[in-house]
Design a protein around this ligand. Structure first.
Ligand SMILES: *Cc1c(COP(=O)(O)O)cnc(C)c1O
Length: 390
């Protein structure tokens, strides 16, 4: 079975993990800070906070920006549920901004329109979470301009996008946002098994996220509440936090994977270029790229429009599966999930996102996908399409 995505683990990765397992510190040692420093340097950000998942990173990012009851957080419906759930963990309310029909990212035009209405109604968002879908950056300069105008903060959900670029800069540098988060789940660009990271250029935000990651505890005397001189606590809990820590063998794996990130992304781009080329004469719609963006190609979503292709998404899925090609759907609009429907969201709320969801299928793309396996995918797609554009 060929999946849509999977990890690439080398002998060096395994050795790096084993080395930590044989050392004194398998958690809270030196590997986590080393991995954080390496990712921060790679992305051009000042601070990085490693955690046990991108979901945790989104949660502490929202908390660090002060998201709480009575606040609104807006995100894209075309994402994994975690992007929206983070706001709910903080007691805030979530709303969705429809996507652009070409990039499938949060639409700047839809955002601007929604902000204008929200401003009139006095319910502007505190935070907007643009999601860099499939590895392609959102139009961050424009979103940043709107943030200045309407006074909201920005968390980039770059779970798909480490290794990608926007305006020639690595995603994660934080030029246009307050915090950027990455996921290191095995299907993502680099992996720590489970894991995530939050990057920021603000020392104050980094400090808050470090506290939230580990029980709200500090061992910095300057942060401690006043207490009698003879007390010798080496730590104090100063707020309510969580245990969201990454351990040291995960960080060692991440650090080892990071050495190959550019090769991973180059390989993904090569596969995407081959698909693009091979499908050029077919009626399926291949991913469009914005001129400011160089995608990391976490996903390769194609649109199977029945009126053009003669088959629909379900048939496409079934025929691929018959040939052991496990394509996948990214994503059902978050607000169509039963949990969100119960909150009152109705079908039709973000029509572009819904139209996209009924046609999209993510083809296999990952560094270890061989030429032969790519050919299997290409042949399977070609065989079920009329081979001319209508
Ligand atoms: C994978 C993913 C997450 C969650 O990542 P975890 O590390 O599994 O918690 C969040 N947002 C998006 C867009 C994702 O793809």
């Amino acid at each position: 079975m060929i999946p849509y995505g999977r990890q690439d683990i080398s002998a060096a990765d395994i050795a790096a993990v084993v080395e930590v397992l044989q050392s004194d510190w398998i958690t809270q040692g030196e590997m986590v800070p080393r991995f954080e420093a390496a990712v921060a340097a790679y992305c051009g950000a000042k601070h990085a906070v490693a955690v046990n998942s991108a979901t945790s990173a989104l949660h502490i990012a929202c908390l660090a920006l002060g998201v709480g009851a009575g606040d609104w957080v807006w995100t894209s419906p075309n994402t994994f549920v975690a992007s929206a759930n983070a706001a709910l963990y903080c007691g805030a309310q979530v709303d969705f901004v429809d996507i652009d029909d070409k990039s499938y990212n949060l639409s700047v035009a839809a955002l601007e329109e929604k902000l204008r209405r929200a401003d009139a109604e006095g319910r502007l968002p505190k935070v907007v979470i643009p999601v860099h879908f499939a590895g392609q950056s959102c139009e961050m300069a424009a979103i940043h301009r709107l943030a200045q105008q309407y006074g909201f903060r920005i968390i980039e959900d770059a779970s798909h996008a480490i290794g990608g670029c926007y305006q020639q800069q690595q995603i994660g540098g934080g030029q246009y946002s307050d915090i950027t988060i990455f996921s290191f789940h095995p299907v993502k660009i680099i992996t720590t098994g489970e894991g995530g990271m939050a990057l920021t250029n603000s020392a104050a935000i980094a400090n808050l996220m470090q506290r939230y990651r580990s029980h709200g505890i500090t061992s910095d005397r300057a942060e401690m509440a006043s207490r009698p001189e003879d007390e010798i606590w080496n730590y104090q809990q100063i707020r309510l936090g969580f245990n969201y820590r990454m351990n040291d063998f995960q960080a060692a794996l991440g650090l080892s994977q990071l050495q190959r990130i550019d090769a991973f992304v180059a390989r993904r781009r090569e596969i995407a270029a081959r698909y693009e080329n091979e499908f050029a004469d077919l009626p399926i719609i291949t991913p469009w790229q914005h001129q400011d963006s160089a995608s990391s190609y976490h996903l390769y979503p194609v649109r199977v429009r029945e009126s053009r292709c003669g088959i629909n998404q379900k048939t496409f899925y079934a025929r691929m599966l018959q040939q052991a090609l496990l394509v996948n759907l990214h994503y059902i609009p978050v607000y169509l999930q039963p949990y969100y429907q119960k909150m009152g969201f109705q079908p039709g709320y973000c029509p572009v996102s819904e139209g996209y969801y009924r046609e999209t299928m993510s083809l296999p793309i990952y560094p270890r996908l061989t030429e032969d396996e790519q050919s299997q995918v290409i042949t399977a797609v070609r065989e079920m399409m009329p081979n001319s554009l209508c």
